[in-house]
Design a protein around this ligand. Sequence first.
Ligand SMILES: Cc1cc2nc3c(=O)[nH]c(=O)nc-3n(C[C@H](O)[C@H](O)[C@H](O)COP(=O)(O)OP(=O)(O)OC[C@H]3O[C@@H](n4cnc5c(N)ncnc54)[C@H](O)[C@@H]3O)c2cc1C
Length: 215
Amino acid sequence: MKFRSKIIDKRILSNDTIVLVLEKGSISFKAGQYIVLSFPNEKEAREYSVYSGENEPNLEILLKTLPEGSFSMRLGDLNVGDPILIDGPFGYFVMKPDEILSKPHVFVASGTGISPFRSYIQTYPQMHYSLLHGIRTVNDRIEPENYDPHKLKYCISREESVYFNGRVTDYLIKYKISQEAIYHLCGNSAMINDVTNILEASGIKPENIRTEVFF
Ligand SMILES: Cc1cc2nc3c(=O)[nH]c(=O)nc-3n(C[C@H](O)[C@H](O)[C@H](O)COP(=O)(O)OP(=O)(O)OC[C@H]3O[C@@H](n4cnc5c(N)ncnc54)[C@H](O)[C@@H]3O)c2cc1C
């Protein structure tokens, strides 16, 4: 279902990361799905995972603006009140209802790949989860106040800090991999391939590894 929405708020998190708050209209989505955005009267469109929870009054997306990209910079330049077309929701990166509360979940994200996990956690706050977030610097942390600090592990690859120094793959190799958990991976394809290989080599069954590739 395609409809005309508008920007109702904008949270600028850093020089290249923004949360856009969009009018939800009558859209109903499952946490983990994405929407397709386009500008009025234009054909070009891009996919964005929904960052907000299923029951929140607005629709939020987490946007990284890429100077080399044709779409994300323009999206990031939109102001409150500007129109935007929303199509969707689409996608199958949703949690299985019978597993949400009965299984432990490990969420592994790189960069903006944290977006569907934020939606899961907002929607199902009682679930048993841990979230590994791979970012380059401490300043790349994205709204940490949304997560229980005991469940959120930062893997910081480009600077020393109080957090784990290295990539999510280094973290998984160093610490014990739970055999009971369902693994959900989201972000760039290199990370997803590397993490999948590590998990499978540790005995995790392919059906317990769920993935969403952004690029
Ligand atoms: C299912 C799905 C969900 C997505 N959800 C999000 C989301 O929640 N937030 C978001 O910012 N983007 C998301 N993306 C990516 C988004 O659709 C666009 O590709 C992105 O905004 C870049 O568009 P662009 O035209 O500016 O640059 P393009 O010319 O399309 O891309 C330029 C290059 O930037 C890199 N790139 C693309 N996206 C990212 C990113 N998010 N972070 C770092 N590098 C990137 C790629 O290497 C790409 O080749 C998602 C993509 C898919 C397929």
